[in-house]
Design a protein around this ligand. Structure first.
Ligand code: FAD
Length: 128
């Protein structure tokens, strides 16, 4: 199923959501449109990048950022040592790789923990 549009009354108040069936490539199938009655809609658009008006703004100029293919701003760090352009600041997970999957966040979190341990203590027994 795919959402096509919000439907409203003459005052612009939401009354429903127009949907349709989709094929295996998620393309709308003509003639399958239907309306689900609704008076409230929550838009779950997913992760769209770190808030640029918070810690990134505080570190403006010192932290190297890049823009991924979705247009999100991410923190630059490699997937070996996870170091950012600021000494003793590491980045892993969505903030580094952009919107992704929880398994990647777990993997990067574990690898970053080891990299941080190595950087601070000189060695680590944590798994990579
Ligand atoms: C709607 C939605 C659905 C998803 N569904 C799936 C799914 O089905 N399967 C899947 O594998 N993945 C899914 N994901 C992706 C998955 O949730 C992320 O890839 C994963 O959570 C990233 O983990 P993370 O630790 O890198 O970041 P996050 O989980 O975003 O953790 C970052 C944490 O840092 C905190 N934080 C931010 N700024 C500051 C600050 N200045 N000071 C202190 N704390 C701060 C935040 O509050 C947050 O708790 C989904 C994501 C969204 C948004």
């Amino acid at each position: 199923m795919a959402t096509l549009e919000f439907v409203g009354d003459e005052d612009g108040v939401l009354t429903g959501v127009k949907c349709c069936q989709v094929d295996e490539r998620r393309k709308p199938i003509a003639g399958t449109e239907f309306i689900i009655k609704a008076d409230l809609a929550f838009i779950a658009i997913g992760f769209s990048g770190p808030f640029t008006d918070s810690i990134l703004k505080e570190l403006d100029g010192k932290l190297t950022l890049n823009t991924d293919r979705r247009g999100s701003t991410n923190v630059v760090a490699n997937d070996r040592d996870y170091k950012t352009s600021i000494d003793k600041l590491w980045a892993a997970g969505d903030v580094r790789r952009g919107q992704s999957l929880v398994v990647w966040a777990i993997r990067e979190g574990r690898q970053a923990a080891r990299a941080i341990d190595e950087a601070l203590m000189g060695s680590s027994v944590l798994p990579r």
